[in-house]
Design a protein around this ligand. Structure first.
Ligand SMILES: NC(=O)c1ccc[n+]([C@@H]2O[C@H](COP(=O)([O-])OP(=O)(O)OC[C@H]3O[C@@H](n4cnc5c(N)ncnc54)[C@H](O)[C@@H]3O)[C@@H](O)[C@H]2O)c1
Length: 296
């Protein structure tokens, strides 16, 4: 790809990490955000990148950031009206760019709803996991008018910078990985609020079992490997155990059950996560990612 310029719109948790990744991969990165501390944040990232890497540049506006970019990674707030308006601003300023939204659950057809066909063709979801610089997955989701060329160019690009792209055949809220995450978090909140185990032990149970297994074989392949007769036989074999587990309804995340769980999480890990805990997470994630290199 000849054009090596990427715009990052929104420089919060996800935007900052993406910008660092793109710069490390040799791209020219232009950033737009409305936050007062933007320059300080960019300076800190540039320091981390070191003298040999490309530096991240601050743009004065979204229009300025996206000028000349082949791809715009949009990492603004998770609100449909914000993303619709941002899509219009970005693609009117640069109709040639691919608009890749980091949205966690919104549908790309909704984000592109008010755009003419020729601009809607450039819109897709490119959903990372936090932090995008380290966790390889990127879920590529087409809307009803996204072009095949947009999807294949995006896939080629993310693949080339070392991410592991997954392409959905059609859009669905939450894509794949956040649908998994929701089911598991619902269950964790239930177990914690019911006092079945401590927050640390619930986390430990995941980290030391499925967390490790699923980073090597996914849930479908794992089941396929469990009995010599394969998937259908294994599911029949597991069924009596699974039938014992009564499904619990999703907790109300604004409700009492979640509040009880939140208090216990705060007791275990502090009201807000320390920078030290996040640095340690990133250190171990980096090691895991390195250990798993070569496995797709
Ligand atoms: N945090 C996660 O774990 C995670 C993971 C995957 C995807 N996402 C998605 O990524 C997106 C960003 O999430 P985040 O966690 O980084 O949020 P965040 O709140 O940390 O960052 C959002 C940024 O957008 C900026 N912004 C607001 N209005 C703007 C404007 N008009 N122009 C430019 N920038 C503007 C804010 O100042 C802020 O810095 C969301 O769509 C979210 O769903 C988040």
């Amino acid at each position: 790809m000849d054009n090596k310029t990427i715009a990052v719109v929104g420089y919060g948790t996800i935007g900052e990490s993406f910008a660092q990744l793109f710069a490390e991969q040799g791209y020219k990165v232009k950033v737009s955000d409305v936050r007062d501390d933007l320059q300080t944040l960019i300076d800190t990232t540039n320091e981390r990148l070191g003298a040999d890497a490309n530096t991240i540049e601050r743009a004065d506006s979204v229009e300025d950031a996206v000028e000349g970019a082949f791809l715009v990674q949009e990492n603004g707030p998770e609100k449909l009206d914000f993303k619709q308006e941002m899509a219009r601003i970005i693609l009117e300023a640069n109709p040639e760019a691919i608009l890749a939204s980091s949205s966690s659950a919104l549908l790309p057809s909704d984000i592109a709803r008010d755009l003419p066909d020729e601009l809607a063709a450039n819109v897709l979801i490119a959903h990372p996991f936090n932090p995008p610089r380290i966790l390889p997955l990127i879920e590529l989701v087409p809307g009803d008018r996204t072009s095949g060329e947009t999807m294949s160019t995006a896939r080629e690009f993310y693949d080339a910078i070392g991410k592991v792209p997954v392409t959905l055949n059609r859009e669905i809220e939450g894509y794949i990985a956040n649908r998994f995450q929701k089911r598991i978090l619902d269950e964790a909140v239930y177990l914690l609020s019911e006092g079945i185990a401590s927050a640390e032990d619930i986390d430990r149970a995941m980290k030391n079992s499925l967390g490790i297994r699923w980073s090597v074989v996914g849930p479908l392949e794992a089941v396929n490997q469990t009995t010599p007769q394969g998937f259908a036989a294994t599911v029949r074999f597991i069924k009596p155990s699974f039938d014992m587990i009564k499904d619990v309804p999703s907790p109300d995340y604004d409700g009492e059950e979640t509040q009880r769980a939140a208090e216990k999480v705060a007791e275990a890990y502090g009201q807000t996560a320390s920078q030290e805990s996040k640095d340690q997470r990133d250190l171990y994630l980096q090691r895991v990612a390195e250990a798993l290199e070569g496995r797709k």
